[in-house]
Design a protein. Structure first.
Length: 147
């Protein structure tokens, strides 16, 4: 099973898009599966209000964990994570046109009833595509950084 498939397996099990992406990279972030799932819990559904896609949030978390900026005087690391984050956003937006959950799904999933309606309409079938793309973009960026 490749990483995108692993991420979608998490999602199919009931975890949100952010949790799915973050947990799929637990082997490289240094976080346990449980820590990855816990950190991503509030980011699904675009921060639960339709904003930035959870898969995007999870991807940026992975980039942050693999390229940590933990010393505020380390301007090189600060620039590096800023560059990687912007590059991820550029690639994701080039593929999907936006990063807002509300716009990507063209549905409001911010409460239980709206989520159920969106799921019933089939709009949530876009999530596995978004998750896989986020994972693949992070993998590309990580490969490029190791060259």
């Amino acid at each position: 099973m490749n990483r995108a498939e692993r991420a979608n397996a998490y999602h199919n099990s009931g975890y949100n898009c952010c949790q799915a992406v973050a947990a799929a990279f637990s082997d490289v972030t240094g976080l346990s599966e449980a820590q990855s799932l816990a950190i991503g819990g509030g980011f699904g559904g675009g921060l639960r209000c339709g904003e930035i896609c959870g898969a995007v949030s999870g991807a940026v978390m992975v980039l942050g964990m693999t390229h940590p900026y933990t010393d505020c005087t380390d301007l090189e690391r600060k620039q590096q994570i800023a560059h990687l984050t912007k590059e991820f956003h550029r690639r994701f937006k080039a593929e999907f046109g936006c990063e807002r959950c509300l716009d990507l799904l063209q549905a409001d999933i911010s409460d239980t009833e709206r989520f159920k309606a969106a799921k019933a309409s089939g709009v949530m079938k876009k999530c596995p595509v978004l998750i896989a793309a986020a994972v693949e973009i992070v993998e590309q960026i990580l490969r490029e950084k190791t060259r």
